[in-house]
Ligand binder design. Structure first.
Ligand code: SF4
Length: 278
């Protein structure tokens, strides 16, 4: 059985950067003194590894008295940042540069007097963070129907959650254009996840069976499976190598592997090795 890896898979630049930052902080700190504000990534096994290595997870209600706090790739609202700073904690900012860009664009739109519409999930930490930069003065829409339900505005400025699909963003923008005199579109979608999407699409044309390694709750891993299934109905999401059922591989000559943006290389390697055994 041939095992083919997607050309682009696994950790995106933003997540890799945040994890590296946490390990760098650990080198310079006493054990158990480094924590992340919210889980660094949506991957249970990687969180377990981080915890075992001494990098804990806190939330806004369990801020420690001292130590180093890592801001994750999704970023945080400036108010949350200030709250940590005022307690004298050391902060290392792992906010992804793409997310920083969205935060800056949102502030620019506000300064220019646009009504801001964000295409994304209002409960996602990235969006909550962006909203904090503009005093929550924005509409957040998840669907075209929600965009259509908004009132007509003269000047609308749009921001997209970094991980939504370009097609969805485009459709939401079109819906806003129907009612608004001017729509200024900020291109804030991150191409790291798009790269993984493009690669899994190509791979799905070449294999009979395809595994996407990723967390069950990871939106981008689930999206990879969805994309893969368009050409390869036997695409499956697995969290780890133990979820591979050898029965599924009976008669398969080529199996593909992709992985979500929160899946570390070491987990991909374990899956490859397990498939080699079969
Ligand atoms: S998916 Fe993109 S925006 Fe999000 S952390 Fe990764 S590189 Fe940054």
């Amino acid at each position: 059985m041939e095992i083919v890896l997607a050309e682009s898979l696994g950790f995106c630049m933003g997540v890799k950067r945040a994890v590296d930052l946490a390990y760098r902080a650990l080198e310079k700190s006493d054990p158990q003194q480094v924590v992340t504000l919210g889980p660094l990534i949506h991957n249970t096994q990687e969180i377990e590894r981080l915890t075992k290595d001494g990098i804990g997870v806190i939330d806004e209600n369990s801020i420690p008295e001292n130590g180093t706090v890592i801001i994750r790739a999704h970023g945080v609202a400036p108010q949350a940042y200030e709250a940590l700073k005022s307690r004298g904690l050391k902060i290392m900012d792992g906010t992804c540069p793409y997310v920083h860009y969205s935060q800056r664009k949102a502030m620019e739109l506000q300064q220019e007097g646009y009504t801001i519409v964000i295409a994304g999930d209002k409960d996602h930490p990235e969006i909550r963070g962006i909203l904090g930069f503009i005093d929550n003065q924005a509409y957040v829409v998840k669907t075209v129907a929600e965009a259509k339900a908004l009132a007509a505005f003269d000047r609308v400025g749009t921001i997209a959650q970094t991980t939504i699909s370009p097609q969805k963003y485009q459709a939401i923008v079109e819906a806003l254009r129907e009612e608004s005199k001017e729509v200024k579109v900020c291109e804030t979608i991150c191409d790291a996840t798009e790269e993984n999407q493009r690669a899994v699409r190509e791979l799905s044309l070449e294999v009979e069976m395809l595994y996407v390694i990723g967390g069950r709750h990871s939106a981008n891993s689930n999206k990879l499976v969805e994309t893969a299934r368009e050409n390869c109905p036997r695409a499956l999401l697995i969290e780890n190598a133990d979820e591979i059922n050898p029965e599924d591989l009976r008669g398969v000559k080529r199996v593909g592997i992709s992985a979500g943006a929160s899946t570390p290389d070491w987990m991909i390697q374990i899956v490859v090795e397990r498939l080699r055994e079969y």
